[in-house]
Design a protein around this ligand. Sequence first.
Ligand SMILES: [Zn+2]
Length: 150
Amino acid sequence: MTDKELHINKIENGTVIDHIEAGQGLNVLSLLGIEGSDGESVSVIMNFGSNTVGSKDIVKVQNRELNQDELDVLSLISPNVTINIISGYEVSLKHRVQRPEYVVGVLNCPNRNCITNGKEPIDSKFDVKDEVISCEYCGAHIEDVTQHLA
Ligand SMILES: [Zn+2]
């Protein structure tokens, strides 16, 4: 992210999620459970950039950092995302999300008969190493992670 981009609607403290695949910005917001009702200042920039280099979405959230579960799911939705932690209007930390081998407790299994959907308190566990995201318990596949967020 260049300084010029950062100057669009600068935030004092919080997180800028950059290089979101175009069209996924609103999914990122719902993934983070951000509706603006908690008074967070949020901006979503959609289809930023030119057609030649490809466009992207950017999400800026004031006074909010992401936990590891959120970063993990983010990596599934949009693998090239860059996280910029902002403090005092400056980028204090910048890193890319890394796709983990497994995610635990962040996705719901689409198989209603899966043990993770039963009465026992068992956290879901999905193998996300490959393109195919599959339940460790029953092998069910998830096509669209945004439809199965826990
Ligand atoms: Zn399952």
